[in-house]
Design a protein around this ligand. Structure first.
Ligand SMILES: [Zn+2]
Length: 327
């Protein structure tokens, strides 16, 4: 695959033009916006290169395609995350008729959601670039309306969806703001969106491995909040210090309502904080103690996974006993 790079002149969220390079390794160029603190790859592959990559090559990282049996439990856990968020946000009713999953993969998550829904006649729509996944989605009876979340799929679906799910997808997009605008545009007035992104403030293992070609953007609680508000969405719940899933930010949101007064707030503080965090972390990782640091991190991760499993199993028991009606 021939890779072509492109350099973005403006910040994807605040549209500022003042950027600082923080880190580079092979084809990775990590920059921070001096106006709002957003972190992204710049330059990065162009649209054509990414599209070709997601069509086939990215399948290697899809757990489900590689190990079906192990995956179903993991996927159930991800659906449970969503219901946990609903509970936290005190949303009692959830019975969507029109459902869209952006970056639906092979559809196992939707399959799980379908099994938990009270309303069994819901219509499921998906957006997915992988050829192998599209085949599976169609076999499961899900409509595939587009291959690319950044295409103009929303034109046919204005105020159409009761529920949109976009989990661990926005960080792959070249223009996340335009994707969020499409979501806001296609949600019904009382529709709900559930989103998750990796947490820039709590990266996995080490920063040097956390930054990777498929992820063009790295969000913190502040930057994702700003992006949503700027796109016409109103966050209901943002969980960035979730003890069960600490490396991910979970967001529940709806279309901005008339009474919603909050504006996006781009600040230098975010830039200074994130810059300091990244430079400190990278200098730690490059010194001689790094192998010890990795061992420590791995042990810490194992411990966190154990806690996560305990918490999930506790929640799962309650979840299955009480059923969805409690939500
Ligand atoms: Zn910016």
């Amino acid at each position: 695959m021939k890779k072509t790079f492109i350099y973005e002149k403006k910040c994807s969220i605040c549209r500022g033009k003042d950027y600082e390079r923080l880190f580079e390794k092979k084809d990775l160029f990590v920059e921070i916006c001096r106006d709002c603190g957003l972190i992204r790859l710049n330059p990065h592959w162009d649209k054509r290169t990414y599209n070709a990559f997601y069509k086939v090559d990215y399948d290697f990282s899809r757990v489900s395609i590689n190990s079906e049996s192990k995956d179903s439990e993991f996927r159930k856990e991800r659906i449970i995350e969503f219901f946990m968020s609903l509970k936290k946000a005190k949303i009692k009713e959830f019975s969507p008729k029109t459902i869209l999953d952006i970056g639906a993969g092979d559809g196992i998550d939707l399959e799980c959601l379908r099994s938990f829904l009270l309303k069994k006649d819901s219509d499921f729509y998906t957006i997915e670039p992988s050829e192998a996944c599209i085949k599976e989605l169609k076999e499961r009876g899900f409509k595939v309306i587009a291959k690319d979340g950044e295409s103009n799929w929303n034109k046919k679906y204005k105020n159409f969806f009761d529920f949109i799910s976009i989990r661990n997808v926005l960080e792959h997009m070249l223009d996340p703001l335009s994707v969020l605008k499409k979501i806001s545009n296609s949600l019904k007035e009382d529709g709900l969106v559930f989103m998750s992104v990796p947490n820039m403030s709590n990266p996995d293992l080490s920063l040097t491995t956390f930054f990777e070609i498929p992820h063009t953007h790295y969000f913190s609680k502040n930057s994702i909040k700003n992006a949503m508000i700027k796109s016409g969405l109103e966050p209901i719940l943002i969980l960035d210090k979730n003890k069960v899933f600490p490396k991910t930010i979970y967001i529940l949101a709806r279309k901005k309502r008339k009474g919603f007064k909050k504006n996006h707030n781009f600040s230098k503080k975010e830039y200074f904080e994130k810059r300091k965090f990244i430079l400190n972390q990278i200098s730690k990782e490059s010194n001689n103690f790094f192998p010890i640091f990795v061992v420590f991190y791995k042990l810490k991760n194992k411990f966190l996974v154990l806690i996560k499993k305990l918490k999930i199993s506790k929640f799962k028991k309650r979840f299955f006993i009480e059923g969805l009606k409690k939500f």
